[in-house]
Design a binder for this molecule. Structure first.
Ligand SMILES: [Fe+2]
Length: 226
């Protein structure tokens, strides 16, 4: 009887061994899975992103700590172009609200105002960080486009707006792609990412007006492939 009790106890202990091993394994897996999460500082940093979360999120995606000291002439020209885009597209977007007859053109105008308000703030910040002087005036050509838009109303405005803006966005889009691909400056790379998204959005809302002519696409093609 006593022998039988001892044997039963041994069997019970042996039966528990796989259960204990399994528990041990599960516990160590849980620790392995938990440790990277507990040790990841960026999880907290992302959680702290506020109203300007979009730009800060891009900073994390596009610009880790690295080279922001070297600014080439191409980088400077790029920042200048972004600044000048805002200086004429925001007024153009506002003119769309008063002079356009097409709702799609007015909508495109809103996108221009919103997109360049954000991008202009970013370009002023980045130019300051990089010690780059950026202009306070659009180019003479851009100012002339604003003058033409001011003078146009209704369907004439709609057509002019969609084509002039789609042409200029198409040309700058190609420049941004080159800068995004080739710059060695991390801050400029981040900036190109934001500019790329904004310009793509603007091309799309302009195309959505249904008013962009074949000649405009041909003009852009000739300009970017020469
Ligand atoms: Fe734009």
């Amino acid at each position: 009887m006593r022998t039988a009790a001892i044997a039963l106890a041994i069997v019970a202990v042996l039966a528990l061994i796989p259960v204990l091993i399994n528990l041990q394994t599960t516990s160590s897996q849980a620790n392995e899975e938990a440790s990277p999460i507990a040790g990841a500082p960026q999880a907290g940093a992302e959680g702290a992103v506020g109203a300007d979360g979009q730009a800060q999120g891009q900073a994390q995606n596009g610009a880790a700590a690295g080279d922001i000291g070297t600014v080439t002439e191409v980088d400077k020209k790029f920042l200048t172009s972004v600044r000048q885009a805002g200086l004429w597209e925001i007024p153009a977007g506002r003119l769309a609200q008063t002079n356009a007859s097409s709702e799609a053109v007015k909508r495109a105008g809103h996108h221009l105002i919103d997109g360049h308000a954000k991008l202009d703030q970013l370009v002023r910040e980045d130019a300051k960080l990089l010690g780059v002087q950026i202009p306070d005036q659009a180019t003479a050509e851009q100012q002339e486009w604003v003058r033409q838009l001011k003078a146009a109303k209704g369907a004439e405005f709609d057509k002019l707006f969609a084509n002039v803006l789609r042409a200029s966005h198409g040309k700058i889009f190609a420049v941004i792609g080159e800068v995004r691909a080739s710059t060695q400056n991390d801050l400029i790379r981040r900036h190109a990412r934001q500019a790329n998204q904004t310009v793509l959005d603007h091309m799309e809302v302009l195309e959505d007006t249904g008013l962009v002519d074949a000649e405009t696409f041909a003009e852009v093609e000739a300009a970017v492939t020469k």
